[in-house]
Design a protein around this ligand. Structure first.
Ligand SMILES: Cc1cc2nc3c(=O)[nH]c(=O)nc-3n(C[C@H](O)[C@H](O)[C@H](O)COP(=O)(O)OP(=O)(O)OC[C@H]3O[C@@H](n4cnc5c(N)ncnc54)[C@H](O)[C@@H]3O)c2cc1C
Length: 481
């Protein structure tokens, strides 16, 4: 097995051992024996597919150009949630005085936090390498590119390797979108991937983009001690969520002195000695010490040889059918590169299903309408299934029930009263169709509703379910009442 590569500042591997033991320095252009499943990209989709296929006896090769674990574990999901964990504790500390626990420190130490991120991501990388190694998955480090519909050429540190496959999977992920007007330099003008090894807390951060990523980083940096201005291009933050949900978070941000610049679209950034100026389309100029771009992502399919493989793409994304097959049925695609739900959890599940399908096992296609999602602010926001904005858009009649956490004993005694539970059910059958939870640890509470939606549980069954008292879960059964 290949030993863990060192991670440099942006997560690229500085491999000291360019080839895995057991592999060989192939003559360029010599085609190596075919593998059952060849995976290009070792993020959650790729690693999960590799381990599932290997556990079922498949011969698996995984090509990764940076670090096994992928952007999710090393650059996006896990580092941002490690920062959010500190921000969450900070919320508790901020309220501690009200619980009789005065505390002197109200800021997060960025040095400790960066060290923690590195330790956690290194551990995850090591665990993946151990697991894949124990399953005899061959890992090839380098950039993979299809040269035909049966071969991939990998540019490794020690030359090119040409790998043949029976079936292949593309899981190369995405990277942050950088508009042409944004002079990203990693120092004053940042993408989210520049945030994990900052040595100083930005004095005044201008966050551009108020979707999930923008609001999470607003919450994080305000907790770290930054003054934060959030540029919101629509009339509310989280433009795709219902207004009631956005309002709870807006209220929290305003209480924390976050400046909400509503209805302004950033279109230019000037970098000066003292900081940055963000120019908006309505004439407003927001000055700060740093700017952070949170304006979406782009698929990583450049230089992947899709044409040579005969795989169709659409504006860089790879369309797939319900079994994740591309226009070439023996080549699958999973994760962010497909433009489906850009979530680590979804990418892993797609990878698992692809491995089963590729090895000829029966597979139930993933039901995207029942995938839970969470936003890691405080309060957290989590939802699953058909929520009332979706129902309104579809013109579907639903029954909606809402209970505020201010009426929940555990919330009150913990001093986390902001938010609510909102359930939607079918008026005819009483089956729970979906729900939204805005509140402390909503990302955990949503598990109950996810199971209810998945298993077609009725509100009657929820009402009959006895929950611990006092607990926040009681609000779920109360909403069902
Ligand atoms: C700031 C942020 C926070 C997030 N938080 C969450 C969260 O809390 N929960 C959640 O579920 N999702 C979260 N996401 C989304 C999640 O990170 C992605 O959905 C997930 O990374 C997608 O996984 P993937 O396997 O498609 O690709 P990735 O994780 O991007 O991995 C792709 C891999 O392919 C490699 N690669 C690319 N091209 C090649 C090539 N040609 N040859 C070889 N290797 C290649 C890359 O080096 C990379 O390692 C977050 C995203 C961001 C930006």
């Amino acid at each position: 097995m290949h030993s863990a590569p060192c991670l440099d500042r942006i997560g690229r591997s500085e491999s000291t051992e360019p080839l895995a033991p057991g592999s060989f320095e192939a003559e360029p252009h010599m085609i190596e024996p075919r593998t059952d499943l060849l995976i290009v990209g070792g993020g959650p989709a790729g690693t999960q597919a590799a381990t599932t296929a290997a556990s079922k006896g498949g011969k698996v090769t995984l090509i990764e150009k940076q670090v096994v674990g992928g952007a999710a574990h090393l650059l996006d999901c896990i580092p941002s949630k490690t920062m959010a964990a500190s921000a969450l504790r900070h919320s508790s500390v901020r309220n501690a005085e009200k619980l009789g626990l005065p505390t002197a420190s109200t800021k997060v130490d960025i040095g400790v936090l960066s060290g923690r991120i590195r330790a956690i991501t290194d551990d995850i990388n090591r665990s993946w390498l151990e697991l894949l190694g124990s399953q005899s998955v061959e890992i090839v480090y380098g950039h993979g590119r299809f040269v035909s519909d049966r071969e991939v050429l990998v540019a490794t540190d020690s030359g090119e390797r040409r790998l043949g496959f029976e079936r292949a999977m593309i899981s190369t992920g995405s990277s942050p979108r950088v508009p042409e007007w944004a002079p990203v330099d990693g120092e004053r003008v940042l993408t989210t991937r520049d945030c994990y090894d900052l040595t100083e807390v930005p004095e005044h951060l201008v966050v551009i983009g108020s979707g999930v990523t923008g609001v999470e980083f607003t919450h994080i940096f305000e907790s770290l001690g930054s003054k934060v201005s959030l540029v919101v291009s629509r009339r509310q933050i989280l433009p795709h969520r219902d207004a009631e949900v956005a309002a709870v978070l807006e209220e929290d941000f305003q209480e924390r002195d976050v400046r909400l610049v509503i209805g302004a679209r950033a279109e230019k950034i000037d970098v000066e000695a003292a900081g940055v100026s963000v120019f908006c389309d309505d004439g407003r100029v927001i000055r700060g010490s740093h700017a952070l771009l949170a304006v979406g992502s782009v698929p990583l399919t450049d230089d992947l040889g899709l044409e040579a493989a005969g795989v169709d793409s659409d504006r860089g994304y790879i369309p797939v059918d319900e079994y994740q097959r591309t226009s070439q049925p023996h080549i699958y695609a999973a994760g962010d590169v497909t433009g489906q739900m850009p979530l680590s959890s979804v990418a892993s599940m797609q990878g698992r299903k692809i491995a089963q399908h590729a090895l000829g096992q029966p597979v139930t296609p993933l039901d995207y309408s029942k995938v839970p999602e969470a936003i890691f602010t405080e309060p957290e926001i989590a939802s699953v299934g058909l929520v009332d904005v979706d129902a309104a858009a579809l013109g579907r009649k639903v029954r909606t029930m809402k209970v505020p956490f201010a009426a929940n004993a555990r919330s009150v005694l913990q001093h986390f009263t902001r938010g609510f539970v909102k359930l939607t059910s079918d008026p005819a059958t009483g089956v729970v169709l979906g729900g939204t939870i805005v509140g402390h640890r909503a990302s955990e509470l949503i598990g109950i509703l996810t199971l209810a939606v998945q298993a077609d549980v009725t509100v009657g069954t929820l009402v009959e379910t006895l929950m611990v008292h006092p607990s926040m879960t009681e609000s779920i059964t109360d909403a069902a009442e």
